[in-house]
Design a protein around this ligand. Structure first.
Ligand SMILES: [Zn+2]
Length: 272
């Protein structure tokens, strides 16, 4: 069966953030991509988090039409990264299937990498992306204020996306003012009332700055929480977002797909 239960098809949608090289997705990659295609997903951006796995997502992008790669070292992985790793990432970044730099950013939740070191690695990614004219894929956990400060210090607009945005309106506004897009994941579908403010942000943002993603295998949307997420389920988040904004899901699908294609300069073809 290629149709995934609970994912009413919606097309065209792009999953702008999936960890396709994660073992949970990789175990049945052909099935994962087939189910995504059946759900209406036309393209996927596979995200690297270390030098080794950046090489893997580039290989996946080369061998799977409709899959593109983002290369970088996640803030929680930076503590183990070497200069050789950075050189490898910078070389990969020049490849034709690479459409972004990251996942990079700042994380105070896990605090695995000393925060000053996280800032240094984030700055390196921002600089590389800027030099190559590529968008940057940004992670932030429990430190949006620090992140906004570091971006403001650059003194220039930043091309890229704040992925899996989970902040407040003022933070969203600041990131938009810096030039970033905001991407929403399964959290929009969670039933916790504490996420109502996030839903308000998602409803109010300008439509031309919004992207959608799964962050699979993490952040499965309701009612699939606790199970590994996969790109097909980006349709669940897309439908919820359309509902929050009071627009037709197809309109939301087309708009977010157009936004992703512009930001990451994705070609219309190939698709999955
Ligand atoms: Zn991620």
């Amino acid at each position: 069966m290629t149709r995934l239960e609970g994912c009413e098809p919606l097309s065209p949608v792009i999953d702008t953030h999936a960890h396709l090289d994660d073992g949970r997705l990789r175990a049945d990659l052909a099935g994962t991509l087939a189910r995504a295609r059946s759900a209406g997903v036309v393209q996927i951006i596979a995200i690297g988090t270390t030098a080794a796995d950046s090489a893997e997502v580039v290989a996946l992008a080369r061998s799977n039409p409709g899959v593109f790669a983002s290369v970088g070292i996640h803030p929680n992985e930076a503590v183990d990264a070497t200069d050789g790793d950075w050189k490898a990432v910078a070389e990969l970044a020049e490849g034709p299937s690479v459409v972004a730099i990251g996942e990079t950013g700042l994380d105070r939740h896990w605090d695995r990498t000393p925060f000053d070191l996280q800032r240094i690695w984030f700055a390196r990614h921002l600089d590389l992306a800027h030099r190559l004219g590529l968008p940057v894929v940004i992670h932030a956990r429990d430190c949006l204020a620090d992140l906004i400060d570091q971006l403001r210090d650059l003194g220039r607009p930043v091309l890229g996306v704040q992925h899996s945005f989970a902040g407040r309106w003022e933070e969203a506004r600041a990131l938009l003012d810096l030039g970033l897009h905001l991407s929403f994941a399964g959290m929009l579908t969670y039933t916790n009332r504490s996420l109502d403010p996030l839903r308000d942000v998602a409803a109010r943002l300008p439509l031309d700055r919004i992207l959608i993603e799964t962050d699979s295998p993490y952040l499965s949307p309701h009612p699939f929480r606790g199970r590994p997420n996969e790109p097909a389920r980006v349709t669940v988040t897309a439908r919820r977002l359309a509902e929050l904004r009071g627009i037709d899901p197809r309109q939301l699908a087309h708009a977010t797909t157009e936004n992703a294609r512009q930001l990451f300069r994705l070609p219309d073809r190939p698709s999955l």
